[in-house]
Write a protein that binds this ligand. Structure first.
Ligand code: ADP
Ligand code: MG
Length: 698
C-alpha cells in the first residue's frame, strides 16, 4: 500500500481535484457557492458536472447517485449510469449540470410522516456543494438534501444545514457587538467518537435475534463479563487489528480523518474517533463510517454491531459528539482566551450553551431517543436520561465568582472582573465524574455523550445548534444598543448563571442520589423512554423556537414526531415477535428435549437399580418443566400484548402501550429463557452463548 498522504482522499472530488480540473473562473464561482452559499448558475454547474464525471470515470466509476439521508436513519442511493446513446450505436459517458443539481428519486417508500401523500410520491434531491462528492465502489456519490415538492424537508441534512445557518447568523451578531467586523462565517464542528462491537459472522448467523434486531434478546450472563476491565485499551487481537487497518485505509481514501482506535470497556467492544470537522461533513462522514465498518467487517468474517445495547449486562455503545463553534478566521469561540476581551467573549458563549442546554433539555433528550438508546439512557447505565452539564470545579468557581461578584478562589485568589481580568488557566478535568456526565466541557469543546452508537449525529447537532442560536439571539437582542456594553454584559452573564445554574452538575452522574436531586430539588427533566420524551417535540416552546430560526416548519415537526414514534413502535414489535418465535420454535423445544433425556436417564437408572438416587435429575426435570411452562405462558402474554396494539388510536397511545405493556413482558420471557439456559446442557442449546459471542473473535 502506498504512503497515506498519497492515497488520502483519493476517492474524493475535493478542493485539490477541483483546482486541478476546473477553469479558474468556474473554480472561483463554485468556491463562492461552497463558502458563502451563493447561487450556482447552470453554466458553472455543467462545467463542474463534466469535470466530476471525467474524474470519476478515470477512477473506474460507471454510475452516479444522489446520496441522501432519509428519516430511516441510514443513507439512500439510487444509481444511474453515465451512459447515453450516441448516433453511431455506441454510448458516450454523460453527466449534466442539471443532473448534478437536482435529482428525482421515485422515493415514495421513504417515511414522510404524512407530509407527502403517496400519490404525489416524488420528492427531489438537491446537491449540497458544501460536502464533497466521492466514489464508492463504481459509483460517484453526490451528497444531497431530500425534500418534498412542497418544499418540506424529508431528510436530516436539510434541517442540519438550516440550524448551522441559524447559529452562524446569531453568533455573527454577537461577534459584531465585540467589535469584530471581519469574521464572515461561524460554523459548528464535530468530532464523533464511534463505539461498536465485533463478533464472528458464523455466530451472528446462528442468532435470529441479532439478524432481525441487531441485539441479543436472550442470553444468560457469561462466567466472565467486563468486571476485570482487562479489555479497555488492551492489546488489539490480530483479527480485529486487520479489520481496523483495512477500515482506516477505506476511510482515508474517502477523506475521512480516522485518527484513534482502541478497545473499549466491554469485551468485543471498540471505538473509532476521527479528527473533528464541520458538522455537516462530520455527519456525512459518520454515516459513511458506519456503513464502511459493516462492509469491511464482512470481508473479515466478522459482523460489526452498531446497536446501542447488543448484550445485556455489559456496557452498551454510544457516540460522543464533541462539539465546538469557531470562526472562519480559525478562532474557537469555546476556547478560553489569552486576553480579557477574549475571556468575556468566551464566557458569553459558555453561558449561551448553559442556557441552551437548560432551556432545551427536552430537545436534546429527544434528539437521541430511539428504542435502542433507551436501554442505555433510561437504564442503569451512563449517561443517565437526565441532561446536565459538567464544567469542572475550576470553571464552576469562575462562574460562581461572576454570579456573586466575589473573588474567584482558584489556585491563586483573583478577582474576576469582566473585560479587565484574564481568566485563570484551568486544567482539563479528566476525572471519573466528568466521564459520567451527559454534557461535559472538556477544555475547548463540549462533549455530548447521550447519542446512541447507531444514531445519525444530525439530530443531536440540529437541536444543539438551534438551542444555542436561540440563546445567542436573546443575548444579542438585549445587548444591541446598550451604551455601556461591558456593564450590560456583566449583568446578562450574572443573570444567566443565576437562572440556569441548576443544569450544572459536577458530581457523579451514576449516583442514584443524583437522579433524586436532579428531579426533586432542581426540577430537571427525566424522560426515561422514547415514548416519554417524544410528545414534547411538539410543546409550544419547542415549536416556537425551532420555527422562529427556520430550522423546521410546524408540519415538519409533526411529521418527525410521527416517524420517530413509528420507528420506536416498529422496532419493539419486531423484537417482541422475534422473541416469541425464538422461544416457541427453538428454545422451548430444546429445553423439552433435554428435560426428556434427563428424565429418561433417570428412569433408566431406576430400572437398573431402584436404590440409585436421582436427586440431580429430579431437580433439573422439575425446574426445567416449570420453566417450560413459564416460557409458554410468557410468550403467550407477550403475543397478546402485541396483538392488543392494534386497538391503539394513534401512535402516541401505541408507544405508551408498548412502554407499559410490551417491554415488561419481553423482560419476563427473557428471564425464563435465560434461567433455562443455565440449566440446559450446552449441546442442546440452539444458539451461541454470551461467552461464545463476546470472546469468540481471536
Ligand atoms: P477524548 O475525548 O478521548 O479525551 P480528544 O479530546 O482528543 O479525546 O478528542 C475526542 C474527539 O474530539 C476527536 O474526534 C477530536 O477530533 C474531537 N475534538 C477535539 N477538539 C475539538 C474541537 N475543538 N471541536 C470539536 N471536536 C473536537
Ligand atoms: Mg471522549
Amino acid at each position: 500500500m502506498a504512503a497515506i498522504p498519497e492515497y488520502f482522499g483519493s476517492l474524493v472530488f475535493d478542493d485539490r481535484v477541483m483546482k486541478a480540473t476546473l477553469s479558474a473562473k468556474v473554480y472561483a464561482s463554485l468556491k463562492k457557492t461552497i463558502d458563502e452559499g451563493s447561487e450556482l448558475d447552470i453554466g458553472v454547474a455543467n462545467a463542474v458536472a463534466n469535470a466530476m464525471k471525467e474524474w470519476a470515470v478515470s477512477k473506474g466509476a460507471t454510475h452516479y447517485t444522489h446520496w441522501f439521508q432519509p428519516l430511516t436513519g441510514i443513507t439512500a442511493e439510487k444509481h444511474d449510469s453515465f451512459i447515453s446513446p450516441s448516433p453511431d450505436g455506441g454510448v458516450i459517458m454523460e453527466f449534466s449540470g442539471k443532473e448534478l443539481i437536482k435529482g428525482e428519486p421515485d422515493a415514495s417508500s421513504f417515511p414522510s410522516g404524512g407530509l407527502r401523500a403517496t400519490f404525489e410520491a416524488r420528492g427531489y434531491t438537491a446537491w449540497d456543494p458544501t460536502s464533497y462528492a466521492f466514489i464508492k465502489g463504481k459509483t460517484l456519490c453526490i451528497p444531497t438534501a431530500f425534500c418534498s415538492y412542497g418544499g418540506h424537508a424529508l431528510d436530516k441534512k436539510t434541517p442540519l444545514l438550516r440550524s448551522m445557518e441559524a447559529l452562524n447568523k446569531q453568533a455573527l451578531r454577537i461577534l459584531r457587538l465585540f467589535g469584530n467586523n471581519t469574521v464572515k462565517r461561524v460554523t459548528s464542528s464535530v468530532g464523533p467518537e464511534q463505539e461498536y462491537f465485533l463478533i464472528t459472522r458464523e455466530m451472528y448467523d446462528k442468532r435470529p435475534d441479532l439478524r432481525f434486531t441487531g441485539r441479543t434478546l436472550f442470553g444468560a450472563k457469561p462466567p466472565k463479563g467486563q468486571e476485570m476491565d482487562d479489555h479497555y485499551f488492551g492489546v488489539i487481537k490480530p483479527k480485529v487489528a486487520a479489520f481496523m487497518e483495512e477500515l482506516n485505509e477505506e476511510l482515508w481514501k474517502l477523506g475521512i480523518l480516522a485518527k484513534t482506535e482502541h478497545n473499549e470497556v466491554a469485551p468485543a467492544q471498540h471505538e473509532l474517533a476521527p479528527i473533528y470537522t464541520t458538522t455537516n461533513i462530520a455527519t456525512d462522514h459518520n454515516q459513511l463510517t458506519m456503513e464502511i465498518m459493516q462492509k469491511v467487517a464482512a470481508r473479515h468474517g466478522l459482523v460489526c454491531l452498531l446497536h446501542e445495547k447488543p448484550f445485556a449486562g455489559v456496557n452498551g455503545s454510544g457516540k460522543h459528539n464533541n462539539w465546538s463553534v469557531s470562526t472562519d478566521a480559525g478562532q474557537n469561540l469555546l476556547s478560553p482566551g489569552e486576553t480579557p476581551y477574549e475571556n468575556a467573549q468566551f464566557l458569553l458563549f459558555l453561558c449561551a450553551v448553559i442556557q441552551a442546554v437548560d432551556d432545551y433539555q427536552d430537545l436534546l433528550r429527544i434528539s437521541v431517543a430511539t428504542a435502542g438508546n433507551d436501554h442505555r439512557l433510561g437504564a442503569n447505565e451512563a449517561p443517565p436520561a437526565v441532561v446536565s452539564i459538567f464544567l469542572g470545579d475550576e470553571l464552576n468557581a469562575v462562574l460562581e465568582a461572576l454570579e456573586n461578584d466575589t473573588p474567584y478562589i482558584g489556585a491563586e485568589r483573583t478577582q474576576m472582573r469582566l473585560g479587565v481580568d484574564v481568566l485563570p488557566k484551568f486544567n482539563r478535568d479528566t476525572t471519573d465524574r466528568n466521564r459520567t456526565s451527559p454534557f461535559a466541557f472538556t477544555g475547548n469543546k463540549f462533549e455530548f455523550r447521550m447519542l446512541g452508537s447507531s444514531n445519525s449525529i444530525a439530530c443531536a447537532n440540529i437541536m444543539l445548534n438551534s438551542a444555542v442560536a436561540e440563546s445567542l439571539k436573546q443575548f444579542a437582542d438585549r445587548l444591541e444598543g446598550e451604551k455601556d456594553f461591558t456593564a450590560a454584559l456583566h449583568d446578562l452573564l450574572r443573570e444567566t448563571i443565576k437562572a440556569h445554574k441548576r443544569i450544572i452538575f459536577n458530581g457523579n452522574g451514576y449516583d442514584d442520589s443524583w437522579i433524586k436531586e436532579a428531579v426533586g430539588k432542581r426540577g430537571l427533566l427525566n424522560y426515561r423512554t422514547t415514548a416519554d420524551c417524544m410528545p414534547h417535540l411538539l410543546d409550544r416552546k419547542n415549536v416556537a423556537m425551532l420555527t422562529s430560526h427556520g430550522v423546521f416548519s410546524e408540519e415538519e415537526l409533526h411529521s418527525r414526531y410521527e416517524i420517530m414514534l413509528e420507528n420506536y413502535c416498529k422496532t419493539i414489535v419486531i423484537e417482541a415477535n422475534t422473541m416469541v418465535d425464538m422461544a416457541k420454535t427453538q428454545i422451548a423445544p430444546a429445553v423439552m428435549s433435554y428435560t426428556a433425556d434427563v428424565a429418561r436417564a433417570a428412569s433408566a437408572k431406576k430400572a437398573f437399580d431402584a436404590a440409585i438416587p436421582c436427586g440431580y435429575e429430579t431437580t433439573v426435570v422439575k425446574k426445567l418443566s416449570s420453566l417450560t411452562d413459564r416460557i409458554e405462558s410468557s410468550a403467550e402474554e407477550l403475543e397478546n400484548a402485541v396483538i392488543s396494539l392494534a386497538d391503539a388510536e394513534d401512535i402516541g397511545t401505541k408507544s405508551v402501550m408498548i412502554r407499559d405493556g410490551v417491554l415488561d413482558r419481553m423482560g419476563e420471557l427473557r428471564l425464563a429463557c435465560d434461567e433455562a439456559e443455565t440449566l440446559t446442557a450446552k449441546d442442546y442449546w440452539p444458539y451461541p452463548t454470551y461467552a461464545d459471542l463476546l470472546f469468540g473473535v481471536k
